[in-house]
Design a protein around this ligand. Structure first.
Ligand SMILES: Cc1cc2nc3c(=O)[nH]c(=O)nc-3n(C[C@H](O)[C@H](O)[C@H](O)COP(=O)(O)OP(=O)(O)OC[C@H]3O[C@@H](n4cnc5c(N)ncnc54)[C@H](O)[C@@H]3O)c2cc1C
Length: 400
């Protein structure tokens, strides 16, 4: 076990150099933190943004540099030591020391922002032509492979799978989207919008093979030849993308003493242990208004949580009861969801018409507003979001 002796000392050590990690650094400086900050990243790239990977990067519309979260010139202004290409291997809680393969860092505060990693499909290891998409390197490899592919099968009908299917189809490929739900993103959008999304994909030429699980992949001479469904049907493919969810990157923290349960379990200010915090996809924060801990895998939450962690470190306790939010872009549809859509929620169209490709759906549970979904109606959905404030972000009750 590390004692921290001989380690490099820093004020704040942020582990994970992406959306949540960089936003923590920026927020700390904004809050007036003046001690040294070190940002430790497992990837070799400067911090970049992930949402464009399945859209503009995959389609070839953007060059990799366009995904940078901040230009190099601006990064210099944060007066932060960037240590890239060095994954953290272990955390010693008592001394707040993080080890890498080549050295150790001891900090007054450690912020864990290591994100998530794709869930893999068992039995596909080592088969060429089977891809996942999480990193810039994944996106560039997949983009290049799509250029010579003919038949693409996307396994996983959640948001990432649906986006990849849309982008690949827009590039003129033969694309099949498969997964166990009855429509793409059914769990995240509710049946009404998910059926509209199914119609959009079908209308654009994506083949939907839904409502059935996937058993595995077939291969010849080490190269993928298809996907076998639970009903024994085989979908031929020369390229398969597996998008079946992501797992919080906590392996390296096993045995550290932190509470790990579908992410790093934190209080409502991002604390997980004295002087240790977590933010972004890896973190499961207590949500006071909901009375439970939730882990949000979306871009907005990464930035918001980073701001709260920076405030916690600098002593400016900030209440955090977010209204969860995500967006997705597929073909000509921008879909935005505020709040949490659950299977027991009632849905009704409150603006526009699904048939026109512009509408807003409001969801409630037993009459209590639960979520609002906008389809190509950003202004209107923002107005309906106000009804959620009382549910997710009520004003704190003053102390007696
Ligand atoms: C392709 C794609 C498209 C998306 N599109 C949308 C969208 O349209 N809308 C939306 O709201 N959200 C979207 N998201 C989700 C959004 O990008 C994430 O919520 C966001 O990136 C989370 O930021 P993060 O910093 O917590 O984690 P990440 O972005 O995953 O960053 C974590 C970083 O930590 C590094 N790391 C991991 N382990 C270690 C270690 N041991 N040591 C050091 N570094 C480590 C990783 O390499 C990575 O660079 C998308 C995600 C993907 C992958």
């Amino acid at each position: 076990m590390s004692t921290g002796r001989g380690a490099r000392r820093t004020g704040v050590l942020v582990v994970g150099a992406s959306a949540a990690g960089l936003a923590t650094v920026e927020a700390l400086r904004r809050e007036g933190y003046t001690d040294p900050i070190t940002l430790l990243g497992g990837e070799h790239h400067l911090p970049y943004d992930r949402p464009p990977l399945s859209k503009q990067v995959l389609s070839g519309a953007w060059r990799p540099e366009q995904t940078l979260l901040r230009p190099p010139r601006q990064l210099t202004g944060f007066d932060c030591d960037f240590v890239l290409g060095k994954p953290a291997l272990a955390l010693d809680l008592a001394s707040r020391t993080v080890s890498t393969a080549t050295g150790e860092f001891t900090a007054d505060h450690v912020v864990l922002a290591t994100g998530a990693t794709p869930r893999l499909f068992p039995g596909t290891e080592g088969i060429t032509g089977v891809h996942v998409l999480r990193t810039l390197d994944d996106a560039l490899t997949l983009r290049d492979a799509l250029r010579t592919a003919r038949r693409v099968v996307v396994v996983g009908e959640g948001v990432l799978g649906a986006e990849i299917a849309a982008t690949a189809r827009r590039s003129g490929l033969d694309v099949t989207l498969t997964g166990p739900q009855s429509a793409p993103m059914a769990a995240q959008l509710g049946p009404l919008a998910a059926e509209r999304l199914a119609a959009l994909h079908t209308g654009e030429g994506v083949r939907l093979r839904l409502g059935v699980g996937v058993r595995g992949c077939t291969a010849r001479d080490g190269a993928v030849t298809g996907v076998v469904l639970e009903d024994s049907h085989e979908l031929p493919a020369d390229l398969v993308v597996v998008a079946i969810g992501a797992i919080p990157m906590t392996d390296w923290l096993a045995g550290s003493g932190l509470t790990l349960d579908n992410g790093i379990v934190c209080d409502a200010q991002g604390r997980t242990a004295p002087g240790v915090y977590a933010a972004g996809d890896v973190a499961r924060w207590h949500h006071p208004a909901l009375g439970t801990a939730i882990r949000l895998e979306n871009r907005t939450s990464a930035t918001l949580q980073a701001g709260v962690v920076a405030a916690t470190i600098t002593g400016a306790e900030r209440a955090h009861q977010p209204i969860p939010y995500f967006w997705t872009d597929q073909f000509d549809a921008k879909i935005q969801v505020h709040g949490l859509i659950t299977a027991d929620a009632n849905a009704r169209v409150v603006e526009g018409d699904p048939a026109d490709g512009r509408f807003v759906v409001a969801f409630d549970r037993a009459g209590v507003p639960a979520a609002v979904l906008g389809w190509n109606m950003p202004k209107q959905v923002a107005a309906y979001r106000r009804a959620l404030v009382e549910v997710y972000s009520p004003a704190p009750v003053p102390a007696p």
